[in-house]
Design a protein around this ligand. Structure first.
Ligand code: MG
Length: 371
């Protein structure tokens, strides 16, 4: 059995000269084999940068194109392939975007492995412990308070017990942030937990502490990425001194980076993104770190339903962690790219029973948005 073709795909809803918010572009990957089976992966990163790594012409043995390394390999030898990829990408890799590209490959290889052996990826990871995952909703708040209130009420009515919001300009203005939080809290009352995502906009410990004091009356469940991800000292001070959970981790790539962050930041919840942290192989290692150092793990996920399905397979296999982020993006790359979406009902997502990660892609959507 051999890998016969690698297809890196850049999708974009908006024109290249228009700004994207979130979910309007994507990097997806298909790995073909000589058996006819095809594996699907994704990375939530800069699509054109990742695509270039696949197409890169060979320079020398530490600087090879990723497609070249993959073609001809037995797709079942995932550990060997990941080692070859790390070695062959060393001159542009080690961390960052290269690990994102490797994450897409790792997910596609596990998808293939499930299809080869006729099982869902959760089985390969150790067990399918559950058929349903607790889901929490994430959305980007609007400047229009009425719109946010309407959204929050709809989410509450559809059964969500936890809602997270952040992104766009949220976090940068004390007054408007407070108004947004207040209006959403008033819309859901005390029936729903609220978390906020600062995307590092709270600068440093003292600024973050002051900003927290202004909103603490609204009973925030967790504060995500209050300061820059690499500022582990301020993370630790916030974790020690705020009576609210501090979370982060979506901006890290390697297992070493996660170990350092988990040990030093004292976060309550670590949030690896399976499409950026090295795929299934690495998120299993990060799960063990979280268990060892006593923090929760809630994967980050705000891209297509390929990411969602891969995350679900991991969480279905996990003994302790079962909360999944469920994006409320209206981008067609979230709503239409996967033609057999997992079904949501009353606070839970139902796992697909399909082979591999269980997704079928809509070719029309790929054709329409392909760069
Ligand atoms: Mg976040």
């Amino acid at each position: 059995m051999k890998i016969s073709k690698v297809e890196p795909i850049h999708l974009r809803v908006k024109a290249l000269n228009e700004p994207c918010e979130w979910g309007e572009d994507a990097f997806i990957l298909r790995i073909y084999t000589d058996t006819g089976l095809v594996g699907v992966g994704e990375s939530d990163s800069a699509p054109a940068v990742l695509k270039a790594m696949f197409l890169q012409a060979d320079t020398h043995s530490s600087c090879l194109g990723l497609s070249k390394i993959l073609i001809g390999q037995d797709p079942r030898y995932i550990k060997k392939i990941m080692e070859d990829l790390l070695e062959g990408s060393a001159y542009y890799g080690i961390s960052g975007a290269a690990i994102c590209a490797l994450s897409a490959i790792n997910i596609a290889l596990y998808d293939l492995l499930g299809k080869i052996y006729g099982v869902n990826v959760s089985v390969i990871l150790g067990a399918k412990r559950r058929d349903y995952l607790k889901a929490y909703a994430t959305f980007i708040p609007s400047k229009d308070l009425k719109e946010n209130e309407k959204k929050a009420k709809e989410l509450k009515a559809s059964g969500f017990k936890l809602i997270k919001f952040g992104g766009a300009s949220f976090g940068s203005d004390s007054k408007s942030d407070k108004e947004i939080i207040k209006s959403i809290r008033n819309a859901v009352l005390d029936d729903v937990k609220l978390s906020i995502d600062l995307v590092s906009l709270w600068r440093n410990y003292s600024y973050a502490k002051q900003r927290y004091e202004e909103i603490k009356e609204f009973n925030i469940e967790w504060i995500e990425e209050p300061v820059a991800a690499t500022n582990t000292q301020d993370y630790a001070r916030l974790s020690d001194n705020l009576d609210c959970k501090i979370t982060g981790g979506e901006s890290f790539y390697t297992e070493d980076e996660f170990l350092n962050f988990i040990k030093k930041s004292k976060v309550s919840i670590v949030q690896p993104d399976i499409t950026r942290c090295g795929g299934f192989s690495s998120i299993l290692a990060i799960e063990q770190m979280a268990l060892k150092y006593g923090c929760d793990l809630v994967p980050h996920g705000f891209s297509t339903r390929i990411l969602l399905a891969a995350t679900a397979c991991f969480l279905a296999s996990s003994k302790n962690y079962d909360l999944i982020e469920y994006s409320q993006s209206t981008s067609p790359l979230f709503t239409d790219l996967v033609s057999n979406p997992m079904q949501y009902s009353d606070g839970y997502l139902k796992l697909n029973d399909g082979l591999g990660i269980g997704v079928e892609l809509n070719e029309e959507v790929i054709k329409k948005y392909r760069i």
